[in-house]
Design a binder for this molecule. Structure first.
Ligand SMILES: Cc1cc2nc3c(=O)[nH]c(=O)nc-3n(C[C@H](O)[C@H](O)[C@H](O)COP(=O)(O)OP(=O)(O)OC[C@H]3O[C@@H](n4cnc5c(N)ncnc54)[C@H](O)[C@@H]3O)c2cc1C
Length: 393
């Protein structure tokens, strides 16, 4: 099978959506858990703007917060593709659940597995596998798409660093015990001064600030971080001094595949709700599902979701195979977030007037879909990545 990157995948001949036995079992376990444990609480958590801690504890118990962490550190020793399956299944029920698991696995755990020293792995991976929620702190008020313009500074103070600055939009921050945070430790070197640090919530000079009151993903926390001469041991610098830009880019390249998964899950959730509704709502003496126009809406939604799923699964399988995947990841995230918004919007129209009320689940999915085109690189940033490849830049 050829891809944009021109790579040949060793699984050529297999449909991308065919799951092996382990993947099937994993998918059905997460699906059942999402439907039985999360679904009944989605509305309450959305209204409260708070994700239930006991559900997060169940994520840990099920191994969903440590999918790729090696077993020697208490994780599942699974694949990136399994992370994608988990995020899709959770997001079909609640995209807030999806993003909590997404950030933990595909960004923070992923970065530690790849760049942390053996000592850092021994110190933090068992915690990340057993109850410590993690956040990834790159963005600031003045640096979003232009992430490397960050102003948080790390100053060498002998046996430790002093970090000062403010981070904005940090997912999971209300619950997190560990923050993978980027600061510039050598501003004269520009982006080559950006360095990654592992910050514990209890470090002196560190505080979690205001929580955002958002349109969608309301149960997922998004907060400001305040670092005022935060004292960070030298041993908590992760990777190379000045190597943080590479860690930031490479983890986001992977993480955005799972945002694609969040969006296909969301879109599938919208489609499932619409199918259920058209079977029971009657107009003109028939269920509305008997009208061909309504059937065509469902058919178009299903086709777009399948196309998006193929992009997401392909990017994830390329990543697991160690093959180039950056363009495919950008395509997956770009397209999935487009179709998710469209699917949620169509689902509301299929529900008619009740679709925009909070008594039915689709208005929430429409609100939740919006962020897909913004975080982990906006749509324009994905399109720039794709165009760069096309034009050989
Ligand atoms: C709910 C939520 C959760 C988040 N979670 C995290 C997190 O956990 N960790 C973290 O570090 N960050 C997080 N973010 C931040 C997120 O990644 C940024 O919001 C995103 O990268 C966009 O940055 P910005 O908001 O500053 O928008 P801007 O960069 O100001 O962009 C504004 C507009 O300008 C466009 N634009 C900018 N530059 C260009 C260009 N060169 N060419 C064309 N168009 C351009 C953008 O596409 C966009 O439409 C989160 C954000 C939200 C809202």
């Amino acid at each position: 099978m050829s891809s944009v990157s021109g790579a040949t995948v060793s699984t050529a001949g297999h449909a991308l959506t065919v799951l092996n036995e382990e993947e099937q079992l994993f998918q059905s376990t997460v699906r059942r858990f999402a439907r039985e444990a999360i679904a009944p609480r989605v509305r309450e958590m959305d209204e409260a703007g708070l994700f239930a801690r006991d559900l997060i504890d169940q994520f840990f118990d099920l191994g969903l917060m440590a999918i790729e962490i090696p077993e020697e550190y208490g994780g599942q020793g699974g694949t990136f593709f399994q992370c994608v399956l988990a995020v899709e299944e959770l997001s079909a029920v609640d995209p807030s659940a999806g993003v909590i698991v997404d950030v933990q696995n595909t960004i923070v755990n992923n970065a530690l597995i790849r760049w942390a020293s053996d000592e850092q792995k021994r110190q933090y991976l068992p915690r990340l596998a057993s109850g410590t929620v993690a956040s990834y702190a790159l963005s600031e008020a003045g640096s979003g798409s232009d992430a490397f313009a960050l102003q948080t500074r790390a100053v060498d103070a002998g046996d430790h660093y002093r970090i000062t600055g403010r981070k904005l939009w940090i997912t999971n921050a209300a619950e997190a015990g560990l923050f993978l945070l980027f600061a510039n430790a050598n501003p004269e070197a520009g982006y080559k001064g950006i360095t990654a640090f592992l910050i514990e919530r209890g470090f002196a000079g560190f505080a979690v600030g205001r929580k955002e009151d958002k349109l969608g993903l309301r149960a997922s926390s998004t907060c400001e971080l305040i670092l005022d001469n935060c004292r960070v041991p030298k041993s908590n610098l992760m990777g190379a001094h000045g190597g943080g830009y590479k860690i930031a880019i490479e983890t986001l390249n992977e993480g955005r595949i799972a945002i694609g998964a969040q969006m296909i899950g969301l879109a599938r959730g919208a489609l499932d709700h619409a199918i259920g509704y058209v079977r029971q709502r009657k107009q003109f003496g028939k269920t509305i599902g008997e009208f061909q126009a309504v059937q065509f809406d469902l058919a178009k939604m299903a086709t777009e979701i399948e196309a998006a799923r193929l992009l997401v699964y392909n990017a994830a399988r390329l990543r697991d195979a160690g093959l180039p995947f950056v363009t495919e990841a950008a395509m997956a995230k770009y397209y999935s977030s487009e179709i998710a918004e469209k699917a949620a919007s169509r689902a509301i129209e299929i529900f008619g007037g009740v679709g925009i009320t909070k008594d039915y689940p689709v208005e929430k999915l429409y609100r939740d879909a919006k962020i897909g085109r913004i975080y982990e690189g906006t749509t324009n940033i994905q399109l720039m990545t794709i165009a760069k490849k096309l034009l050989g830049r």
